[in-house]
Design a protein around this ligand. Sequence first.
Ligand code: 7TS
Length: 411
Amino acid sequence: MSLLSPALRFDFPALDQHVGGKPLVYLDNGATTQKPRSVIDALARFYERNNSNVHRGLHALSMRATDGFEAARARAAKFINAADSAEIVFTRGTTESVNLVAQSWGSANLRPGDIVLITEMEHHSNLVPWQQITRQTGATLKYVPVAGADAEHGLDLDALEKLLTPQVKLFAFTHLSNTLGILNDAARLCAKARAVGALTLIDAAQSIGHEPIDVQAIGCDFLAYSGHKMAGPTGIGVLYGKRALLDDMPPYQTGGGMISTVDWFESKWKPAPERFEAGTPNVADAIALHAAFDYLDGIGRPAISDHDHALAAQACTALSELPGIRILGPKTGKPRAGLVSFAFAAAHAHDIVTFADQDGIALRGGHHCNQPLMKKLGLPSTTRASFYVYNTPEEIAVLAASLRKILKFFA
Ligand code: 7TS
């Protein structure tokens, strides 16, 4: 596993600053990543030169904005190897993408007796929407358990076999757990679901900017992600859905832009993706997201994955020497994606994060929107370090030294 050039950090203006008098060590990439200059420039260029509404004007700026917005959609399709750019719906992010499928597909398809299957490692945004729609439709929500620490908290695949019955209409699961650092075998899970006739939805919030993703090779029906976790702007995300499914689903929101005709008491919808994009879309951020796709593919996603995995492995080794540490997910020396979550009996995660901040280190502490999982693991919270293209082994050494100092204080 090889590391990327440390010079990449110069592409990210936000990294060039001190916090508490120390150089910023940004290890909260699971929450959101920093943005390269090319993305910031694309956003500024749109507002400086091309700002206009899309799909409605015939003047030059409107045509430029529309071309830029639709080019971003085509680029989003290419980024995940979708067959058709009509399979890309722009949303606010993962949360809205999952809610769209739950409410639109769920309300049209779920009945009492049907099962929606998710896993115990889901972020709340791929859990609560399924609670809601199963309650509304009388369908049943079931969970694939997370195995114990000996099994490194992976999904219990024997339990999955038993849970996958023909009553399961949809299996929704995270590609990369934001708390455990586990990368699920998405193609394998989708094949198992397909065998019982269930549709699949992948929450790719954590994996999209870190791992190569090919929706046709994976064989999923839906895939959701956020731009801000892959070097893109906040407020823009994607729902990928197979075209036949999207065209069959009722609108999620209604209004301008998504209709073909409107009469006093009846309206007709456009096909996907416009059907799901009511109102003025987030044009500027879609165009800046295009720059993020180009930036990441310029580095190469296999190389990004190698880099993140190598840093996480180094972090596991360095942190495992700290007294009283409990590291979640794959054991030291085993494959894990680019984040490490850990807990100490001696200090609460919020204290660790606050003290680390004084050393210029940005970490995340809390339940990471995995409350039921935390309860199952018997933890109120964990501290998480999550890595991206600009992080370095030197920063892991700074983290380990800071944690050692903090633990001495709490000893
Ligand atoms: N799914 C997963 C696996 C996530 O990690 C997150 C955000 C979401 C969905 C929701 O994404 P959003 O962009 O719609 O908010 N995860 C985190 C996190 O781990 N720390 O802050 C946000």
